[in-house]
Design a protein around this ligand. Structure first.
Ligand SMILES: [Zn+2]
Ligand SMILES: [Zn+2]
Length: 178
C-alpha cells in the first residue's frame, strides 16, 4: 500500500493515472521512477531484478511503471558485470538460504556485499572465488604467447600449437595469482 502525503487525496487516488504520469530516468543500474507529488516517497529506485528499494519491494507500483516503460521501448539500464551485485541477493547463490545485505563487503567493483543466513560470509567468498575461476577459464592469460603462425606474428590467446614458432611463451594468470 502506497502511503499518501495528504489523506484528502486518498479518495481520489488512482493508480492508473499515477502510473501514466510517472516519469522514469536511469541512474547507474537503477530506474528512478518519479510517481508525482501525491505519493510518499515520491522517487522510487527499481533494479533489473524487478524489485523497488522501497519497503514494497516487488509489489511497488514503480515496478509496473518500469515494465510499461520497457514495453514501450524505453531505454534500459546498462548491464552490470556478472560478478557485480546491484543489491544483496534475496537468496544465497551458493546454497539458496536467505541472504542479507553486508555493508562491510560492499565494494565499488562488485557492488552490494551480502552474507548467507546459514554460512555467513564464507558463502560470499565462495561465490567470489567461483567468479574468479570463471574469469580464469574464459581468459587464462595475463600476457598471451606471441608466436609466428602461418608466417604471421600473432597473440596466441588459444595457446601454443605444435607448429608455432614461439617468440614469447606468455604468462598465465594462475602463475602470478592475478
Ligand atoms: Zn517503490
Ligand atoms: Zn549460503
Amino acid at each position: 500500500m502506497i502511503v499518501l502525503s495528504n489523506p484528502m487525496v486518498t479518495r481520489q487516488f488512482d493508480l492508473n493515472s499515477i502510473l501514466r504520469d510517472a516519469t522514469i530516468c536511469i541512474s547507474g543500474y537503477f530506474y528512478v521512477v518519479d510517481l508525482g507529488p501525491e505519493v510518499q516517497p515520491r522517487a522510487h529506485h527499481v533494479g533489473k531484478d524487478k524489485r523497488c528499494l522501497c519497503s514494497l519491494g516487488a509489489d511497488c507500483p514503480a515496478v509496473s511503471a518500469v515494465a510499461g516503460h520497457l514495453r514501450q521501448g524505453g531505454e534500459r539500464t546498462p548491464e552490470p558485470p556478472a560478478d557485480y551485485h546491484i543489491l544483496a541477493p534475496e537468496t544465497c547463490p551458493i546454497c539458496g538460504a536467505p541472504a542479507y545485505f553486508e555493508a562491510k563487503l560492499s565494494t565499488r567493483q562488485h557492488g552490494a556485499g551480502w552474507g548467507c543466513s546459514k554460512k555467513g560470509n564464507s558463502h560470499y567468498w565462495q561465490e567470489r572465488s567461483r567468479f574468479i575461476a570463471q574469469a580464469l577459464a574464459a581468459n587464462p592469460w595475463r600476457f598471451p604467447p606471441v608466436v609466428v603462425r602461418d608466417g604471421k606474428q600473432i597473440n596466441a590467446w588459444d595457446g601454443i600449437l605444435p607448429t608455432d614458432q614461439v617468440l614469447s611463451p606468455g604468462l598465465l594468470r594462475a602463475e602470478i595469482g592475478a
